[in-house]
Design a protein around this ligand. Structure first.
Ligand code: TAP
Length: 481
């Protein structure tokens, strides 16, 4: 029996007034695993109204930080107890491997714990303006937070927004990606079992063009936090001008991974593989451009291709799979299109390039790990975000050229440098115009560090104390003693 999903408004599970339902698909098998409502503009406005009334009532916004922290810890415990359930749902709906999904589920619980811990820390500032005047600088919740998330990390992206937005005392309305709602629904089922007041957290399922757009346009939403494509981010910024709501955007990337001649070859190869093939390349921070110094270019490519050939692609629920499915047929076709474009542009296809049509994988959306070499900066496969298991390996001469190529992009999300010369590595990484960077590593990060991009990769930061501030107002209180 296929589960029929519902909205969650004011503490109740609600049917949609629109009878049209959307099939939710397992991308590894194309089986229908659930049916989801397509939320209407009216339902979204109703959920925003509930969130606003709840905020103004103070049942959540005026609770003490310790009380809010206690509820966040209850949610963390519920997530932790349900790591296996959340892992299964994410594998089934998104197509990622169990190992990846489990790590997301554990990080989700850790994110709630982290924001609970911040609430128990002293905060604010005092400025002694004069002998008889003191200025207090305090943080306050903003009001209603509209949270719009993509399909590549359906659970984690939801939690990266829900946890700090609630910690700050806001009421929230979450819109998951229309094709991957299952783990978001589960998170709301679990929050429903805690002491979170009714109406503080609301969920509307449906499309970006209706539900997302309504959130972005609403004059009753005070902050919109969006993760997704740069194109939609731009649209959200425009829609947000109506009431000049605060906008926080986590967008796309085309991140450079710079490998110098003096790098430890095996470390660089392993991280460069992990950098692009984790999550089948459907990761905003993927190292999709690998820049290799000319002295080791051929050796690096040979070793990289040899190891990439060994990556086992398969359904996420098979413990031997190292790379899972592509999330949807539409996205699968878009990646195959880019592979065709790369060949037409004259890049050398050193590995892969095809959909996988054997061992039962033909039922789902699976693409071979794909490696293009001898690419140039003007090619579309080098400039545009493919968001799939496709890497472009480019050659550079020296430090200066590496930095120039690395920064020759509209994006600025992530980047890495591999070298055994620590001075050079630090010199170069500081010149990479990106918000998330590594030296001799890739993709490793933690909830305490701010996450976000330069240039067209976004505005604002998730996680860390900076992530909390995205959902806070700052007030000065001047006291005449
Ligand atoms: P988008 O198409 O941008 O969708 C993201 C979310 O926005 C979805 O929930 C989508 O709804 C919604 N949306 C679509 N049109 C909207 C509109 N007019 N107004 C408001 N919301 C709207 O991205 P995607 O395909 O889901 O995800 C892939 C992209 O996200 C990539 O470019 C990737 O780099 C980026 N991404 C970035 C990060 C960070 S941290 N920078 C993290 C993950 C992903 P529907 O589901 O109905 O389309």
């Amino acid at each position: 029996m296929v589960k029929v999903l519902k909205h969650y408004i004011n503490g109740n599970w609600a049917e949609s007034s629109d009878s049209e339902k959307m099939d939710i698909i397992n991308p590894a098998t194309r089986e229908v695993i659930a049916r989801a409502p397509k939320g209407t503009r009216e339902e979204t406005e109703e959920a925003i109204k509930i969130a606003k009334t709840t905020f103004e009532s103070g049942v959540w916004s005026c609770q003490s930080p310790q009380e809010r922290a206690a509820v966040l810890l209850q949610i963390a415990d519920k997530l932790q107890e349900n790591v296996d359930v959340l892992t299964d749902l994410e594998v089934e709906n998104n197509g990622k491997t169990r190992r990846e999904a489990q790590s997301d589920a554990e990080e989700a619980a850790a994110t709630f714990r982290y924001y609970a811990s911040l609430l128990n820390m002293p905060k604010g500032q005092v400025y002694e303006a004069s002998d008889d005047m003191q200025t207090l600088i305090v943080k306050e919740p903003m009001g209603v937070a509209g949270l719009i998330v993509p399909w590549n990390f359906p659970l984690l992206m939801s939690v990266w927004k829900i946890a700090p937005a609630l910690a700050a005392g806001n009421s929230i309305l979450l819109k998951p990606a229309e094709i991957t709602p299952l783990t978001a629904v589960k998170v709301f089922e679990l929050m429903d079992q805690t002491d979170l007041p009714k109406g503080a957290a609301n969920l509307i399922l449906g499309t970006g063009s209706v539900v997302g757009q309504t959130i972005a346009e609403s004059h009753d939403v005070d902050v919109v936090s969006f993760t997704g494509s740069t194109e939609v981010g731009r649209r959200i910024m425009q829609a947000a001008t109506g009431n000049l709501k605060k906008v926080s955007l986590e967008l796309g990337g085309k991140s450079p991974n710079i490998i110098f001649d003096d790098a430890d070859l095996e470390t660089a190869v392993d991280y460069a593989l992990f950098g692009i093939f984790m999550g089948s390349g459907q990761v905003c921070s993927s190292g999709s451009r690998v820049l290799v110094q000319e002295g080791i270019y051929d050796t690096f490519v040979e070793r990289y291709v040899e190891k990439a050939k060994g990556i086992r692609v398969g359904p996420g629920n098979d413990e031997h799979s190292q790379m899972g499915a592509i999330v949807s047929e539409k996205h699968f076709e878009s990646i195959l299109d880019y592979i065709r474009i790369g060949k037409e542009e004259g890049a050398t296809l050193a590995l892969g390039g095809n959909r996988i049509e054997k061992n039962g994988l033909e039922k789902g959306f699976f693409i071979e790990p794909t490696v293009f070499t001898h690419v140039t900066s003007d090619m579309r496969i080098v400039r545009e975000e493919i968001f799939g298991p496709v890497v472009a390996i480019q050659k550079f001469k020296d430090e200066e050229e590496a930095i120039k190529i690395a920064n020759d992009t509209d994006f600025g999300l992530a980047g890495a440098v591999f070298s055994t010369d620590q001075n050079k590595a630090m010199r170069v990484i500081k010149k990479v115009r990106a918000g998330i960077t590594w030296v001799n590593a890739y993709h490793l990060t933690n909830v305490q560090a701010p996450w976000g991009g330069y240039k067209q990769s976004g505005i604002g930061r998730s996680l860390s104390t900076y992530g909390l501030e995205e959902y806070q107002e700052t007030k000065q209180i001047n006291i005449n003693l």
